[in-house]
Design a protein around this ligand. Structure first.
Ligand code: SF4
Length: 208
């Protein structure tokens, strides 16, 4: 079986378990997803979703964030970890969105990764979830599960995994595939004590 054939089977199995693969982070506007994703680094989505609704109600636009007092932003996000760096990034990111991008969140990876604190993972999330473009979001779950399912071989480098998956995942499935892979990694193929007994991917697993 080729890797492309294997991916199609995995996608179908994931679809049955996770029919609605929406991003777990709360947001209403594209820039809010950018901010929520920045906050989610080394923090849980649940924690970020507690912090962001009142902050997004307080700062109602990119302009509001760009003019924010850093200590006020820090107070909103202090339970998310690395809060000083994240607060600085949020304000500087919104300033750059206004000054360099006309207040519009870019729709491509080269421009998105110019924003403070934004790497390829977040950039891919934005182009997939906001703009509906093909995207491969490689996070810690994607790295672990891709290796266990033999989609990559002993590879930990997110960029190399992104390139490998891009070669085999159908473009129109790529964004949803990554969301489903994360859900799968969180609920079944956990880092510790994966639920191998009830795993429907056992036949592909190289670690079982
Ligand atoms: S058998 Fe276990 S380790 Fe392998 S893919 Fe399934 S849950 Fe993950």
């Amino acid at each position: 079986m080729t890797k492309k054939e294997k991916i199609l089977i995995i996608i179908e199995r994931l679809k049955k378990i996770f029919p609605d693969p929406r991003c777990a982070l709360y947001y209403r506007e594209p820039y809010e997803l950018l901010i929520a994703t920045r906050l989610s680094a080394q923090c849980t989505d649940e924690r970020v979703n507690i912090v962001t609704p009142p902050m997004f109600d307080f700062y109602k636009s990119i302009e509001d964030f760009s003019n924010a007092d850093i200590m006020d932003v820090e107070n909103f996000v202090k339970t998310c970890g690395l809060y000083k760096t994240k607060s600085k990034d949020i304000i500087n990111m919104c300033k750059m969105l206004i000054e360099d991008f006309g207040g519009i969140v870019p729709d491509n990876i080269p421009e998105l990764t110019k924003l403070p604190g934004i790497g390829r993972k977040t950039a891919n999330l934005i182009i997939g979830d906001i703009y509906g473009k093909p995207s491969i979001v490689v996070d810690t779950h994607c790295i672990r599960v891709s290796n266990r399912l033999g989609l990559v071989k002993k590879e930990k480098d997110p960029y190399k995994i992104e390139l490998s998956l891009k070669k085999v995942v159908p473009l129109d499935e790529s964004s949803n595939f990554c969301h489903r892979l994360v859900f799968w990694g969180r609920e079944y193929c956990k880092a510790r004590n994966p639920l191998c007994e009830e795993c429907v991917m056992k036949d592909f697993c190289i670690e079982k």
